[in-house]
Write a protein that binds this ligand. Structure first.
Ligand SMILES: [Zn+2]
Length: 319
């Protein structure tokens, strides 16, 4: 039995790795994504990185799984992302089969993150869970009865685009529908904290100090840090986003009543503070009529959830 090739293509980073038949990570190579390089540049990197890993490792590859940081039509095994040049309607699986000569499957990074945490991380042994990736944007993957629920159009789990309120803000999806992503993503928090610091510099002393005195350097990271330290303005801004996120999670809980909600992505680096803040926000809408025991926890595999999910996909492809 050979090893598995797992690939994680992200907007800022990409990774190529070997996993053994038991799902243990053997070796991994990282690279920074060159946005202007588009598809062709990325494919060249993947081929070279994979060849280097295979050169070091005697065991043959039996199948391949790919996590892609953008929309994927799972049924057609095509990338449908329009954010980077050359990816729209690209048959990535066919390309990988041609290059590596083994069966392959591709899915989006949120679904792969869910698979990774379910098989190898914080979601092991559960019947149902939602994996939420909180970074620049917001994505999620749903595990139901032990399987990833992708839906008719491979669009299930778009918690980032639940319309939560009337809004003048245009979301990345093109709508002014007060999406979770437009209100509570890392990008949204960064925008809000920058606006606040520019408008109320005297109330933003601690925030500005964390950002080297420059309001435009502020991001969700500084906001979470200042809030965690007890800074009043930061707490209020951070909790505003948490309340929107809690609304989205409550909708998901009401629909699915999952065993666990697993939080990953860059914003989840705020750790237990994020979990406690979310729980506090959820508490506002607690109803004894509809009690739930869904656990809200942090991802175990951190940055690697999608990569492990790609390994799980590779195992599925090789079956
Ligand atoms: Zn949206």
């Amino acid at each position: 039995m050979g090893n598995f090739l797992a690939i994680d293509i992200g907007g800022t980073r990409f990774r190529v790795a070997h996993f053994d038949p038991e799902g243990r990570l053997l070796q991994v190579k990282h690279g920074e994504t060159l946005h202007s390089g588009g598809r062709d540049w990325m494919l060249t990197q993947l081929r070279e990185y994979a060849a280097e890993l295979t050169g070091k490792n005697r065991a043959a590859i039996q199948s391949c799984g790919i996590s892609f940081g953008g929309p994927v039509d799972f049924k057609r095994q095509r990338v449908t992302s329009v954010h980077t040049p050359g990816w729209k309607n690209f048959a990535l699986t066919e390309w990988a089969r041609g290059i590596f000569g083994v069966p392959c499957l591709v899915d989006n990074d949120a679904n792969c993150g869910a698979l990774g945490e379910y098989r190898f991380g914080a979601g092991q042994g559960v019947e149902s869970m939602i994996y939420l990736t909180l970074s620049t944007g917001i994505g999620s993957g749903i595990i139901c009865h032990g399987h990833l629920h992708r839906g008719r159009d491979s669009m299930a789990g778009e918690i980032g685009h639940l319309p939560l309120t009337d809004s003048e803000e245009v979301c990345t999806c093109g709508l002014k529908s007060g999406c979770t992503e437009a209100l509570a993503s890392g990008r949204a928090m960064g925008r809000k904290v920058q606006e606040f610091a520019k408008r109320y510099p005297s109330e933003s002393a601690r925030l500005l100090a964390l950002a080297g005195g420059e309001a435009q350097n502020l991001s969700a990271r500084e906001l979470a840090k200042a809030a965690q330290e007890g800074d009043t303005a930061a707490i209020s801004l951070f909790m505003e986003s948490m309340r929107w996120l809690a609304r989205a999670l409550l909708i998901a809980i009401r629909l699915l009543d999952p065993d666990k909600i697993v939080l990953g992505g860059g914003v989840a680096q705020a750790g237990d503070f994020l979990v406690q803040s979310l729980k506090k926000a959820l508490q506002e809408w607690w109803s004894p009529m509809f009690p739930y025991t869904t656990e809200i926890i942090l991802a175990k595999l951190a940055d690697y959830s999608p990569l492990y999910g790609a390994a799980a996909l590779a195992m599925e492809a090789g079956r």
